[in-house]
Write a new protein. Structure first.
Length: 400
């Protein structure tokens, strides 16, 4: 199918981090093209070829590892012929291995004149001849089923066809350098100009492991910044907070909402704190604090005892009421629908009903906040919704 679609497939085996770390990429000159192209079966050995080529030539133009499978997606010849047709590639390196017969197609290509560029070849696995039986090397295709598939036989065939074949892998770099120097001498290759490598930031984890940098030993928050000479609340210096007399409401706006709130919103926050500052000794939280104090506990333990009593129905059920009304309002439910639904579910509507306060005996704290919101807030939709619920529940007329 790949041939029908004129597509070259590299694989199915894939290589890992072929270039290695950043320092190896720079040392292998992989940041700019050279004049040498290679094709290898082994993906791991491609990194060694990068190293050899960078030390003996002007660098790698392209490198491909076709993988060690018995039937790879593309063959040596597919890439060698592609290199043959690439003007900037002046010499070709092929690193084969024991098993298969693909290298013989290169021999045929050289003899037929389809491959005219210098080809340096070596087939790995010559040690297999030292074993009495067949040896399966690491790759699936690295096994010689007949004499012609041995590395020794293929190296000799390549040598006879006219390829440059070293006596061992150790001499591969020397042969590559010899061929490259000849091409430079006869003008075939004009060595690639050395350019300063691009500046590549070092990986943070690696730089830290080398001890080049350290992570500051401090907690960071996007709300309050303590790194500079001056404390900053949501981008506003503390001196500016006092200079503009933002007050407690303004500071809470910066810390909670991370932005400056309008004056009426700041004043509303301060009013809420003022009317709830002292709830008297009758509530459960205050009662538990008093009992804990009489038992001789320390201040923090006594305060914690009272705070742990706070729940949905504490202090007029303010928190639970706010959540309940907001959820009903946001869902688009009408006040009457909300009241009927709570009645049907057998649930109490938090914030509705008080043992002492009523319509005839209103809580002045609530009245103060309600009047302020009506006079200063641009929109009171949620408050109006809660007041409508209050009217329905106090009228004692429920429609089901």
């Amino acid at each position: 199918m790949a041939d029908e679609k004129s597509v070259t497939i590299i694989g199915p085996a894939t290589i890992g981090n072929t270039g290695g770390m950043l320092d190896n990429i720079l040392a292998s000159k992989l940041y700019r093209p050279g004049s040498v192209a290679y094709v290898s079966r082994s993906g791991g050995m491609s990194n060694e070829l990068n190293n050899i080529v960078s030390r003996t030539t002007d660098g790698v133009y392209e490198g491909v590892a076709i993988g060690g499978d018995r039937y790879p997606g593309s063959t040596f010849m597919d890439h060698v012929l592609r290199y043959q047709d690439t003007p900037d590639v002046k010499m070709i390196i092929v690193l084969g291995e024991i098993g298969g017969t693909e290298e013989y197609k290169i021999c045929q290509g050289i003899r037929e004149g389809r491959i005219t560029k210098p080809v340096v070849c070596w087939c790995i696995g010559t040690c297999a001849t030292m074993f009495a039986s067949e040896v399966q090397f690491g790759h699936a295709g690295a096994c010689a089923n007949q004499e012609s598939e041995t590395a020794v036989a293929k190296n000799q065939a390549l040598r006879d066809a006219g390829a440059y074949v070293p006596k061992s892998f150790d001499e591969l770099g020397d042969v590559v350098k010899t061929v490259y120097d000849e091409l430079v001498a006869n003008g075939t290759i004009i060595p690639a100009q050395e350019v300063p490598p691009p500046t590549v930031p070092m990986d943070y984890s690696w730089a830290r492991e080398l001890g080049l940098i350290r992570k500051p030993a401090s907690f960071m928050t996007s709300i309050c910044d303590e790194r500079g000479q001056e404390l900053i609340y949501a981008g506003m210096p503390i001196t500016e907070v006092f200079k503009e007399e933002m007050g407690l409401g303004g500071v809470l706006g910066l810390l909670w909402f991370q932005r400056r709130l309008p004056r009426y919103a700041c004043q509303f926050i301060e009013m809420c704190l003022m009317v709830t500052a002292d709830h008297g000794p009758a509530v459960s939280g205050a009662h538990n604090t008093i009992v804990c104090t009489r038992a001789g506990k320390d201040l923090i333990s006594c305060l914690t005892s009272g705070l742990l009593t706070i729940g949905d129905r504490f202090g007029g059920a303010l928190d639970a009421a706010a959540k309940m009304f907001s959820k009903a309002f946001d869902s688009g439910m009408l006040p009457m629908e909300f009241v009927n639904k709570m009645k049907k579910d057998g649930k109490l509507i938090m914030g509705i009903g008080h043992r002492v306060k009523s319509i005839n005996n209103p809580d002045m704290r609530v009245q103060i906040l309600k009047d302020f919101v009506k006079q200063n807030f641009p929109s009171t939709q949620l408050l109006d919704y809660a007041l409508d619920v209050e009217k329905i529940t106090t009228s004692k007329v429920l429609v089901t």
